[in-house]
Design a protein around this ligand. Structure first.
Ligand SMILES: *Cc1c(COP(=O)(O)O)cnc(C)c1O
Length: 405
């Protein structure tokens, strides 16, 4: 007979990582259906009606193409519509994700210059200004930015980036990776002058992994027409302006996912996108107050991004020191039924596996009682692991949440 041990982890588990996020029951219920007719009728009408509601989340009046893919797929989709082999792009990296997009561009034969701003902060706009000014022949077809880098949890100022690009008179397209931020942090595609924004279903948009979105401006659409070769599967033009329904997905539609997306967009717009951003910001502020307390009285936990106005409301990366980060994650998973995110791209010679870092995902379908589950679980872990930490974290978070409602 197998000997079992008492556990406190049984009950509803909570995946508190930066994607996939918690899927709402309403989304899952809508997906749980037999296949619908893909030639005509309800599914076809429902799908076309998704497009304006998606654009409202990205705050654009321009175009959107939907792909059956994840975030990595949208990187390639965007590049396929931006640059030919031999063209150049400028990539701004503030963590792992900018480098990921840059690698993909290189492997497509695109010339890539990377400005690396490290893992712990945001852009230095003077360096960006200098790089654009130095590009006198306007070789860069696009500047690839990451709105929220999910590894460092920095939130970069995309409107300010547009300002710098305009100041230099550089005609490059501005492309923003919003996979982590969309539906969590304020993002204003049209007002900020963003030409291309990418997103995926499984983070703030609360739909299981499988759908990728590329939003693009009229300027980006016109530029795309000048390319010599556009990969047929990634070509955004027929997807954004289909003559036939099947062109929306270059083949069979992801039927069940689309019903899930319908439900998620309804939930976002019923709440109001401004309120969705505010909810995320208030909950994140509560978490940050708790982390500040844990870091006192000899505690070693520190937020990776020091300046509050540079932090994302979708994800928080923290340093606690190796091997405590990994121990803490394992402890809460085994004993609390909650999974925290691993540190990503944070390994150093002293900490080759990045065991000193971990991440809180707080994106999408989360509310205040879930946040307190996270904070209480981490508090218990710090006690169980005999990790020094300041007291009063729950109290500090409670004050922020109480004043935020
Ligand atoms: C998650 C994420 C990606 C990659 O998405 P996948 O669906 O895992 O391919 C890209 N960029 C950012 C900013 C992300 O957060």
């Amino acid at each position: 007979m197998k000997v079992t041990k008492m556990t406190l982890a049984n009950g509803v588990t909570y995946l508190a990582i930066p994607g996939p996020s918690v899927m709402p029951a309403r989304v899952l219920r809508e997906m749980h259906r037999v296949s619908a007719n893909i030639y005509e009728g309800e599914l076809v009408d429902m799908t076309f009606a998704l497009l304006p509601d998606l654009k409202r989340v990205a705050r654009t009046k321009h175009h959107v193409a939907i792909y059956i893919t994840n975030g990595h797929g949208t990187w390639e989709a965007a590049l396929a519509n931006i640059a030919d082999r031999g063209d150049h792009v400028l990539v701004l990296a503030t963590g792992r994700f900018g480098h990921g997009w840059a690698d993909m561009a290189r492997r497509l034969g695109i010339g890539v210059d990377v400005l690396d701003f490290g893992n712990h902060g945001t852009y230095d706009f003077e360096k960006i200004r200098n790089a654009l000014s130095a590009d006198k022949e306007h070789r860069y077809k696009a500047v690839l930015a990451t709105h929220v880098d999910t590894s460092s949890s920095v939130r970069n100022d995309i409107a300010a980036l547009r300002g710098v690009m305009d100041d230099t008179g550089h005609p490059a397209l501005l492309a923003a990776d919003c996979v982590a931020s969309m539906g969590c942090d304020r993002f204003e595609m049209d007002d900020w002058g963003v030409d291309i924004a990418i997103a995926a279903s499984q983070k703030g948009l609360m739909v299981p992994p499988g759908l990728g979105f590329v939003f693009f401006s009229d300027k980006a659409a016109a530029h795309q027409k000048s390319l010599k070769i556009i990969s047929p599967y990634w070509d955004w033009a027929p997807r954004a302006n289909p003559e036939m329904f099947y062109e929306l997905f270059c083949g069979t539609a992801p039927t069940q996912h689309l019903y899930g997306l319908r439900a998620a967009l309804d939930m976002i717009h019923e709440e109001g996108i401004e309120n969705v951003w505010k909810r995320h910001h208030t909950l994140a502020s509560g978490l940050w107050a708790a982390i500040d307390r844990w870091g006192q009285d000899g505690g070693t936990m520190r937020m990776n991004i020091q300046h509050e106005n540079l932090r994302s409301a979708a994800v928080t990366s923290v340093h606690i020191g190796a091997p405590l980060g990994t121990q803490l994650r394992k402890w809460v998973e085994a004993n609390m039924g909650m999974t925290l995110g691993i540190g990503l791209g944070m390994s150093t010679p002293q900490d080759p596996n990045g065991d000193g870092f971990f991440r809180f995902g707080h994106m999408g379908h989360i509310n205040a009682q879930m946040l307190f589950g996270v904070i209480g679980s981490v508090e218990a872990a710090l006690c169980a692991l005999n990790a020094p930490h300041g007291s009063g974290a729950v109290d500090a978070a409670a004050k922020v949440i109480a004043s935020g409602v």
